[in-house]
Write a protein that binds this ligand. Sequence first.
Ligand code: UDP
Ligand code: MG
Length: 153
Amino acid sequence: MAERTLIIIKPDGIQRHLMGEIISRFEQKGFKLAAAKFMQIPEVAARKHYAVHEGKPFFEGVVKYLASSPSLVMVWEAEGVIEMARKMMGATFGFTAEPGTIRGDFSCSKGYNLIHGSDSPQSAAYEIPLYFAEDEIADYDFADSAWLYGKND
Ligand code: UDP
Ligand code: MG
């Protein structure tokens, strides 16, 4: 099994009709969707999700934001997916994220930045089980994986 990351299209991404756009970027990059749930994240779960930020000035605000309206919670899989997805997301704040990234192209806000992505293997291992049981995460192969990774021998 290749590396997995937790990606959330956050409430502003849904409200701003950007689900398809964001999914397309990961799909076309070659990442494999392994699980997805469209759900309004309960406040308790949002607190657990952002527990690493507890006590920071933006903590209450970001918990409220994440729980405010439905999100699309997903697990994507690829070799090196965590770092690649973070690059594709762009810097945290929409107004400083580089053009060409998801946040850089579609957000000019500070905190309302459309998307969450695990920032390390440790974060992914903490975050994925907050939303998915192991048997809800699909394990399958792409028919073209040799073409994706250049392992044709
Ligand atoms: N956030 C915010 N103000 C800040 C820092 C972060 O509103 O000063 C929000 C923002 O939505 C961000 C989330 O809190 O995505 C988590 O912050 P983190 O530093 O983990 O950024 P990320 O990993 O999402 O780039
Ligand atoms: Mg983070």
